[in-house]
Write a protein that binds this ligand. Sequence first.
Ligand code: NCD
Length: 352
Amino acid sequence: MRNLIDAVDLSPRELEEMCDLAADIMAHPDRYQDACRGRKLATLFFEPSTRTRMSFESAMLSLGGTVLSMTDGATSSTTKGESLADTIRVISCYADIIAMRHPVDGAARLAARYTGVPFINAGDGGHCHPTQTLADVMTIRSETGRLSNLTVGLCGDLLYGRTVHSLIRVLSRCEGIRFVLISPSELALPDYMLEGLEAEATESLEEALPQLDILYMTRVQKERFDDQQQYERLKDAYILNAERMRLGKQTLRVLHPLPRVNEIAPDVDDDSRACYFKQVNYGRYMRMALILTLLGAQEDSPRQPVIPFAGSCPNPRCVCHRERSVPQEFIRTKDAVRCAWCEAEAVPEKEN
Ligand code: NCD
């Protein structure tokens, strides 16, 4: 693996190895302090971010490397009309590895096609966020001692919450994971996530809580709503507080990718089952492990082949509609033909 676009680019074995490496770095940070001496990480963030960008930068600095940082798309040549493909070609000449966050679904896959150096998806629109999943998986493994036989509740914005999408992808390959999806119907998982997924769904957090080993809370993703009234109506759909925590098992672990808004009340923070700040720390070590692994890798993971299909991608937020000269490309999954960039189900051309 040379690029990390989707969390499943990592095989279950590679994921375990990455957790082991992160644990070793945590135990012996001094052994790794020069591991990336002379190497540069470019963080290209076209969307607001503090924690993910700084987590990457802190990770690279702790490995003895240096960082080139673009914190705001508004100051980049994109505003002059440069394509994403050209931006990535140029940055590849300056850096040894790139981490990019972009507001458009599928942008990471497009960027990875043009990169000359290892490339990491640090979040593409409402689609995927594989490095948050690395943090989540490390947290679950460290806090429960396992990545199997767990009942995992995912609560909040399952539609636009890219961290949820990547986490489900990875955990559904582990043994004995039962998912409980907790959301209002308007924020249920997108169709491409449902393919082959066995999960229970409920609108009630109270009902779900007593069964859970993991509760993954998420923020309602304000920036992805076209209708702000709809956001206002849904934003406080779930609020976890100390009183509701009483419904959870003693062994429950509460995760959140952060930033939180209202969905976890501050009175939960001192509960020993709250893990969201530990998660931040695990995330930094997993990013160190990822950077080391990608810089040492020779080959990329095989991609699903593109197939001929007369039709189009219906997702207006997809990179194929937002960037110039991006061809419509399709892949065949078990149940459908999908856009190769954002995975929305493709729409066939109308026959005349
Ligand atoms: C998440 C993201 O950007 O998707 N945050 C993060 O990476 N730490 C979650 C969110 O913004 O709600």
